[in-house]
Design a protein around this ligand. Structure first.
Ligand code: PPS
Length: 282
């Protein structure tokens, strides 16, 4: 399966090109009223895109029910999506890029970025299962084998550790908001209110209820505009993988052995010790 590295990060040549990645990094102009949904893969990207779409439509579900998620909140690094991104203000944009590959224009714009993080063990399990369906990446092999790939950053979009550390450098900016998948799980309503406040869009109580209801796992799983089932069979075997798989926190406990868990923790500590931040999974 054809892969290439852009600035040390692996990308599938099926969907990405060095030329476009360089364009996004150096030339893509973020606008002050852009809202960007940024996350490492499998961290709750689609969930946040749905929440933001519903906030944008003031809780009215017709937009999420009728327009594919990739059109509502396009990935800026994907060729086809980017075309939509360029002509659709006000723009809700999505990215899995690490900060060093994110548009440099962010540094002098008021665009708002919401960065969603998730327990990396759950990210890895989710990524592993999803990769089984993806025809454009190597077969992930056993979980033991995949864990080495994940921990060394030899997966699409590179290392989880480097991704998080790159974005955490933005943590003191007023136009940067950090949230975790675990917080969304624990208190979706409270999270929606915080997000509304951050993006400067206050919704009525009823409207917030509708955001919460329509962004639930079950609603999204049944919504063909959001559940990834429209993704072409050429690239994804829907009998082998699913985007809307379990939607829970802590599924890693059903998969990792004690030894694998200890190994993961060791690598985690080595990589994260300098960050001086605590997360819900620490
Ligand atoms: S992707 O393809 O990288 O953009 O994947 P991403 O959207 O980041 O993450 C997919 C995981 O998020 C879960 N998910 C949800 N969980 C709870 N509630 C809602 N509404 C929801 N929507 C998506 C999805 O099930 C994937 O996690 P796993 O653990 O595989 O189930």
């Amino acid at each position: 399966m054809p892969y290439f590295k852009y600035k040390g990060i692996p990308f599938s040549s099926e969907f990405f090109s060095e030329e476009k990645l360089s364009y996004v990094e150096n030339d893509f102009q973020l606008l002050d009223d852009d809202i960007v949904n940024a996350a490492y893969p499998k961290s709750g990207t689609h969930w946040m895109a749905e929440v933001l779409s519903l906030i944008q439509s003031q809780g009215d579900p017709s937009w999420v029910q009728n327009v594919p998620l990739g059109e509502r909140a396009p990935w800026i690094e994907l060729d086809e999506d980017l075309k939509i991104a360029l002509k659709n203000p006000p723009r809700l944009l999505t990215t899995h890029l690490p900060f060093q590959l994110f548009p440099k224009s962010f540094l002098h714009s008021k665009a708002k970025v919401i960065y969603t993080m998730r327990n990396p063990k759950d990210v890895m399990i989710s990524y592993y299962h999803f990769s089984k369906g993806l025809k454009i990446v190597e077969d992930p092999g056993t979980l033991e084998e995949y864990m080495e790939e994940f921990l060394s950053g030899s997966v699409s979009y590179g290392s989880w550790f480097e991704h998080v550390k790159s974005w955490m450098e933005m943590k003191d900016r007023s136009n940067f908001f950090i949230i975790t998948y675990e917080e969304l799980q624990q208190d979706l309503r409270g999270s929606v209110k915080r997000i509304c406040h951050f993006i400067g869009k206050e919704l009525k109580s009823q409207q917030i209820n509708s955001v919460v209801e329509n962004a639930s796992f079950h609603k999204m799983k049944d919504n063909n505009m959001s559940n990834f089932t429209q993704f072409p069979d050429t690239y994804f075997d829907h009998t082998k993988g699913k985007l809307m798989r379990k939607g829970i926190s802590g599924d890693w406990k059903n998969h990792l052995t004690v030894a694998q868990n200890e190994h993961f923790d060791r690598v985690y500590r080595e990589n994260m010790q300098g960050l001086r931040m605590t997360f819900p999974w620490d």
